[in-house]
Write a protein of this length. Sequence first.
Length: 197
Amino acid sequence: MTARMILAAVVASVAVALPAAADETLSTFSLDGLSFISFGDQQILLPETGSSITFHFGTPNADGSVDFTIAPSDVAIAPIALPGNGGTLHYSIASPASGSLVPTASGRKLTFTATVEATLTDTRGAGTYAYVIPFSTESAFATNDSGTDSVDVQGMRLVEGVWYGQLVGATTNKSNAFRKPGTAVYTVLSGRFDRIP
């Protein structure tokens, strides 16, 4: 056997030993007009319809659950122009996020945690603030920084086949941040997936 044949045999054996790449399903969650961000119910901002988040779903597990990841480049939330020359608010995530989609008797339950960055531009006091926010189709709760007020918001599990749902997240706004400092902030991300594995 020549050296070339031996090399070819080794390469072939290694290729057989390597696991196949996991199947991945890209799915876009497109936000609709029911999506909003609330600063302690004192001010409500509406992201542009057509904003979206792309989910990278893996292969379904034996129990029917599906793990997924979201990269910062997968988040496409249109900039929000604030009233009264208040500047422009941009939302993104600072690092990759991961979570799971779990089947239940009343629709698919989706959960993940993301480090959300809120950046204000085009005005005095411009800056970026980061928040670690759990998102879920279940519920979200937060208080203001003084503990005198709270918010509790309910999500909606994905409707089978239609893939419509509402993700909710909540946090406490920074005490020196723009848009109502120290308030209990929450968001509803309402929309539909174009496909689910």
